[in-house]
Design a protein around this ligand. Structure first.
Ligand SMILES: Cc1nc(C(=O)O)sc1CCOP(=O)(O)O
Length: 201
């Protein structure tokens, strides 16, 4: 199982730096999703993380392809409002490209354009996506069956539902509030990790 963690956009830069430094050994990918932050702030955060020994290849920048490129990190996570997967593939071939999708059709499109993986959601009801109906496990299963690239499940994932999510064929889970909003985030990350028997990348 791949364990992706996603920053919540609510923590201070200091809190994020500390939390990420504390948990990075337990996770495969850390998505920096700080939509209200400037490029300069994200560069400052990520440079600090790298200087503190967090492997750059584990870091994925949400949306900001330019920032990911300048920082020479592992990759970028694209949303519907981001540059297209094919454009990023063409101009930034060194970046791993993830695409956030909400249907099988979007997943197929991302795969055709050359995405390395998709994040599919949201699976369960979550306060992080208020007022939008969840996709549920059946649609996730359909998507994992059809796509060849890894499908990572997101949205309302808690340690107790990881095994049923993985049983759909999902290759991993992505977690935001379950880790970054947890008062004991170190314990939380271990609870997720213990659902996965494979080695961390
Ligand atoms: C950032 C994000 N993207 C989603 C999608 O469906 O694309 S759901 C989501 C939030 C996930 O948060 P939590 O782990 O707190 O439920």
């Amino acid at each position: 199982m791949q364990l992706h963690v996603i920053t919540d956009g609510k923590s201070t830069m200091e809190e994020l730096s500390k939390k990420i430094a504390d948990i990075h050994h337990q996770v495969d990918f850390i998505h920096i999703r700080e939509k209200q932050r400037t490029a300069t702030e994200i560069v400052g955060l990520v440079t600090g993380l790298i200087n503190n020994g967090i492997p750059p290849k584990k870091l994925i920048i949400n949306d900001r392809v330019d920032v990911a490129h300048v920082l020479n990190v592992g990759g970028v996570q694209l949303a519907y409002h981001s540059l297209e997967v094919s454009e990023v593939r063409r101009f930034f071939p060194e970046l791993k490209v993830g695409r956030s999708v909400h249907s099988l059709e979007e997943g197929l499109q991302a795969e055709r354009e050359g995405a390395d993986f998709v994040i599919y959601g949201h699976i369960y009801r979550t306060d992080s996506k208020p007022g939008i109906a969840p996709q549920g496990l059946q649609k996730l299963r359909e998507t994992t069956r059809v796509l060849d690239i890894p499908v990572i499940a997101i949205g309302g994932i808690i340690p107790e539902n990881v095994s049923e999510v993985l049983a759909t064929g999902a290759r991993g889970v992505a977690v935001m509030s379950g880790i970054f909003s947890s008062p004991d985030y170190k314990k939380a990350v271990i609870a997720y990790r213990s659902q996965a028997k494979e080695e961390v990348l």
